[in-house]
Design a protein around this ligand. Structure first.
Ligand code: ADP
Length: 445
């Protein structure tokens, strides 16, 4: 009626029946990623494997926790084609003792096959200088890297979600003048904290998660330091060649391209040196060329630039302003140190370098389980095996404060090398030596 229209400032009247709310996820289920790695020999179609895994998951009323699940023996098709099935990211929003029951979950199955081509190295015209490496993703070399990197909770998930949103915004054609975002990530922090590895692992993860949209994926690894080393006169050519190559890859719209630029602080250094006159002014042109090229890449939806820097203070380069997500990657916390050492020692047990206790299958508890065990154990129990052994591992982690993740992963090796009888060694002896080695390394910091 007339009054309705005038009351609503000329807008049409409201419908008599309220529209139904937008559909939400059925029964508010958790989306859980299930990564399915095919055997190298498999020629099965991705879609067939995907459906078979979905059916298999539906049939089994299992609980979902992160980690591999066995391929069931009564599934000959999967047995023939699948190398590994892995549940990922269940730690998101889980309260039920980190376990999700099957009816709470909607599995998202990603099927992939690893490339074993290895890196393809590009050298400059005179054959002296390797300017970049190219990898086909997902690559065999980076398999398991993501899982091996241990940070305080949330860092890896945050990066993954950020990159996923950036790709989605582009995919859906969100207008960049209205909502601005870009696809540049900067990880900064002290050396050896896993920044470069995390970039590679992130690219690998995304190549798996987005493989239905982007069936092909590459990683170009550029060492900024080598681009700006002695050959400034060459640098201009190298940058041009590099970006020409990237541009060609990006033009293919089924390609997802990651560009990893390590040690970006060397760009700032090159610029500074040019300004102070100690380097040829060529270098400033090269840095500017690189930044211009990067800006050009922004218009391509299928490229993500990943950068790292070892400078922990504010890095005042034009480069940094361009990055949307800047994450500080610091030295590992006590929990992360414990988890890193636990994975090392568990690997030495698996390979027989550290002895398994007679008929006891030694499984070192994770940090939170250990905390619980220590909280509930009585005095006597706390002084007996295996709790005593777990406490030693914790002590080793405590004495490593300030060591980088890289140093931690070397520690078990150094400890083994300093053993007097390095046959298959007793776990208690080994951990004692590891604590001594940790203290020594720490005193040399
Ligand atoms: P950065 O780029 O920060 O110098 P790298 O990526 O070269 O560090 O790290 C070298 C290696 O150190 C990694 O491949 C990994 O084995 C180990 N490492 C470093 N940080 C961690 C961590 N937080 N968790 C597990 N391993 C780590």
């Amino acid at each position: 009626t007339e009054t309705t229209i005038s009351e609503r400032n000329g807008l049409p009247p409201l419908p008599a029946v309220a529209p139904s709310p937008p559909p939400s996820l059925p029964e508010d289920k958790f989306l859980v990623s299930v990564e399915v790695c095919l055997k190298a020999s498999s020629t099965a179609r991705t879609q067939d494997v995907c459906s078979a895994v979905e059916r298999m998951l539906e049939k089994r009323s299992m609980s979902y926790i992160d980690g591999p699940i066995p391929v069931p023996l009564d599934e000959p098709f999967l047995l023939e084609n699948v190398h590994r099935i892995c549940i990922c990211d269940t730690d998101e929003g889980i309260k039920n003792h980190r376990i999700l029951l099957f009816w709470q979950v909607k599995p998202l199955v990603h099927v992939f096959q690893l490339s074993d081509e290895g890196p393809c190295e590009e050298v400059s015209g005179d054959g002296q200088l390797a300017s970049f490496n190219e990898w086909i993703l997902p690559a065999k070399e980076f398999d398991g890297l993501w899982e091996s990197l241990i940070y305080e909770s949330g860092l890896k998930q945050r990066l993954l979600r950020y990159a996923a949103s950036a790709l989605l915004f582009t995919e859906k054609g969100v207008d960049p003048f209205l909502v601005s975002w870009n696809r540049i990530v900067l990880l900064h922090g002290p050396p050896g904290t896993g920044k470069t590895s995390l970039c590679k692992a992130l690219a690998q993860k995304l190549s798996i998660r987005f493989n239905s949209r982007y069936p092909q994926c590459q990683l170009i690894e550029v060492n900024a330091h080598s681009l700006f080393s002695k050959w400034f006169s060459e640098s201009g050519k190298l940058v041009a060649k590099l970006f020409q190559k990237i541009q060609e890859m990006v033009e293919e719209e089924n390609n997802l391209v990651f560009v990893l630029i390590d040690e970006v602080e060397s760009l700032a250094a090159a610029r500074k040196a040019a300004l102070s006159g100690s380097e040829p002014s060529d270098s400033i042109r090269v840095v500017n060329a690189l930044l211009t090229q990067m800006d050009k890449l922004k218009s391509s939806p299928n490229v993500i630039v990943l950068t790292t820097s070892n400078i922990t203070a504010a890095i005042d380069i034009a480069f940094v302003d361009r990055a949307d997500i800047k994450a500080y990657v610091g030295p590992p916390t006590l929990e992360a140190r414990y988890e890193i050492l636990r994975s090392c020692v568990q690997e030495l047990i698996r390979s027989g370098i550290v002895a398994n206790h007679q008929d006891y299958d030694l499984k070192l508890p994770n940090f939170s389980t250990l905390r619980e065990k220590l909280g509930t154990a009585d005095v006597q129990e706390a002084q007996t095996w295996p709790l005593l052994l777990y406490k030693q591992l914790l002590e080793a982690a405590e004495s490593c404060e300030g060591l980088s993740g890289r140093s931690l992963r070397k520690l078990p090796f150094l400890a083994h090398a300093s053993l007097s009888s390095p046959g298959s060694c007793d776990p208690t002896n080994f951990l004692c030596t590891m604590i001594d080695t940790a203290r020594r390394e720490h005193s040399e910091l």
